[in-house]
Design a protein around this ligand. Sequence first.
Ligand SMILES: [Zn+2]
Length: 623
Amino acid sequence: MPRYDTDLDHPVTSDARTVPPPSSRNQSASTDRVREQIESLRRELDRANRAYYADAKPFLTDREYDEKLQRLAALEAEHPEFDDPASPTQRVGGEPVKKFKAVRHSVPMLSIDNTYDDDEVRAWVQRVRRALGQTGQGKSDSLFDAEAGSGLGFACDPKIDGVAISLRYENGILTQALTRGNGVEGDDITNNIKRIRAIPLRLTDNGETPKHLEVVEIRGEAYIPTEEFLRINEEREAADEEPFMNPRNACAGTLKSLDPKWVEERKLGFVAHGRGEVRGSLAEVSTHSEFMQRIRALGVPISTPRLASDEDAILKIIKAFHTEAASLPFAVDGMVVRVDDFAMQETLGATSRSPRWCIAFKYPAERQQTKLIRVEHQVGKTGKITPRAIMEPVLIAGTIVQHASLHNYGQIRKRDIRTGDTVIVEKAGEIIPQVLEPVLELRPKNAKKIVAPETCPVCSGPVEIEHDSEDAETTRRCINPECPAQMREKLIWFVGRRQMDIDGLGEQTIDLIREQSDIPLNHFADIFHLHKHRDALLQLERMGEKKVENLLHGIEDAKGRGMARVLAGLGMRHVGETTAKMLARLYPSIDALLEAEEPALRPKTLSKDEAVRLGFPAEVKDR
Ligand SMILES: [Zn+2]
């Protein structure tokens, strides 16, 4: 097959396809075309990432991106002579590692002093002024006395609740990515970082890497967007795994996964906030705010620094930003304020812990008091019974909250939370409300201890209780496989958007059919027999001809969703979306999966004890 006949993005003209077998001249011409094709795809994919992450103006859908990426990978495989370490396909490689290598930072990554207090910000600005005056920056005896302070400016950036990393570019190519670690030495997570599409593998300006970009180290925050954080937790809960406390934990856990696959599954973002070693043309930049603009022009996502000339202006920016922060797609827990001028930063220097030219103002996690009215015991689809607080409505960080997690019965006992108590509620990472503790001074005489259900609150089936190493209860679970509460949750999960995505069948319709009709809906398979009950469906309240038609169509469409989504839809413990995808890749049909040997299916993440408890043969427990 002639080379020009590969599946190209913009197929070469039709006459190219019909020319006779290529002469050597034609061959080199077609090779040129392939190279152009490869380069054009690389540019387009880079541009797409940049548009999506740095400029927030996407022009390709995920699907279009994936298709183009596959096409590029196919072309590159056929033409290894055009290999490029910064090609977008390089985001795909990278094998799981056993351990990360520790690497020394070229410039230490210091931590920043935190404050929650306006007065401390004022005091810090005073210290900065004094320090700059004392070291001669103020030129106090000179003619310029009146303008002495006018050169001093401050840049304020949002403090994103993520994980600080350092990216090293040599001649414009990403060569290394390190975690902060202890500030002196961090872990080399380059393989993982390459999977983050928000991070350019190559610095470019209008498609070209500018000359003289010898070394540019960019420091910033990798983060998990709020929506993605909620999705991950939903998935973890679906697989009966402990949800992450906040986006930062989720991000740290993901970046330290030994298998880069996890980084790809979770759509991490990145925002630059500083620099490390810089040599070459960018070393001439004299302020933080200009440095940020320059790297944005090179495709790095930044948050444009807000500039202030004195403490009043700084505090005004901090205050205004708190409101804005709630509407951002990622969690922000404060603002970082720094002296904008690099020469002044140098003059100010650092203590052993942190730079003197920088301070982080943290917004206090918003806490409110309200009354705990009662506790609901919810049965999840794996049988887990979760206590949920029903409270008097209260406004926290911009939203009305009246339900909150009480985690588990062990926590309730430990904190001695009772119904009738006034409780303190906080939003973890400003997202998920949780009850922290009761206000004991306000406890009424009739406050009642919360009793954990001894049997399933829905089916009265037996419960199983798990404890941690200190004998505190961690989990309580209904173990009746026929439990209608579990089945209801399983059905709702199964038809959900990320699983079978059945149009016309949601929580309400499931309840309607199960509660108001004789149509059997007690198992996944029953869904696919609903078409036999057309007439009975039409009898139901609010179920007209059109709605039933829509429902039956939706069920028909769902048959084509594929193996991975069926597996994830079953809501088995330890089989979330990611594991289901993995299984479907390895075993493309149900038959193949059923034939698979148990040891081959045993998740590597399972602890030995858990594996044995779940009934895996003891001899494979060391796998
Ligand atoms: Zn039950």
